[in-house]
Ligand binder design. Sequence first.
Ligand code: ADE
Ligand code: ZN
Length: 326
Amino acid sequence: TAHQALIQALPKAELHLHIEGSLEPELMFRLAARNGIALPYPTVEALRAAYDFDNLQSFLDLYYAGAGVLQTEQDFYELTWAYLLRCRDDHVVHTEIFFDPQTHTARGIAFATVYQGIRHALDDGRAQLGISSRLIMSFLRHLSEEDGFSVLDEARPFLAGIDGFGLDSSEVGHPPSKFARLFAACHALGLPCVAHAGEEGPPAYVWEALDLLKVCRIDHGVRALEDAALVARLVAERMPLTVCPYSNIKLRVFDQLKDHNLRQLLQAGLCATVNSDDPAYFGGYVQENYLGCARELGLSQAEILQLCQNGFEASWLAPADKAHWL
Ligand code: ADE
Ligand code: ZN
């Protein structure tokens, strides 16, 4: 691939990664065996073969079921550590990851178990691999706002190690407006907020995320391009979009990678970034996403550099740390 050496060599930031979506089938089987859980697939290959999605919901059904093997703090540690080793291989030097506590508390796993396992791995990643990170607690939008308030209460003892809040899961039918009060409570804690919007949902959901949830980044946001006034606003505010190219192909937002609008987003002057979303399910970590886009969209060297820089610009690193990478 053209620019392969450049992509491998450039330090990268990842800003849109669901840690539960980095659960590889091999680890899922190992944890299922260790925890005495029966999986509905006989082999790793059979499980992987089931990763053939029609839309976001068909993926989410498998993703939430797969997360059921995660039971102990050690399980969450190993999940996160495996992802950080992939970051090292991909030259990802900074990562801001989501976790979905409601997926786990709903099945009786303590918030502390989930949080501590992830937190210890991130701390070890900083100390042993030199990878800096942020942890974003994400609310499940198919659940009620009240449910979001209860998990926020459970998070209170751990807020020193939580860097911000997000909103994910089934988008259509669950607009940002459903969570306006919850996000006001999050802002009152002094932490930044992001939201998935404009993945499958319409541009109106992106407007709501900006106006009602006061987010500082839009996760996905690829459908913003349908609304010229929205694009103008996103450009004027230099509002980042955390784009996930392979995710959009696997979930049928675009037909093929060559049809993805990443390049148009950049050409419109948007702060687009490249991310992997749920790499164990979508078949590529962040470097694969860069390589695939470079190949299929014919990205120039300048565009690749811009995408990498946008990742650091859009990150929550302190200005001095950003300056180090920019
Ligand atoms: N949860 C994990 N991945 C997601 C995605 N791409 N969209 C919404 N919710 C998610
Ligand atoms: Zn996502």
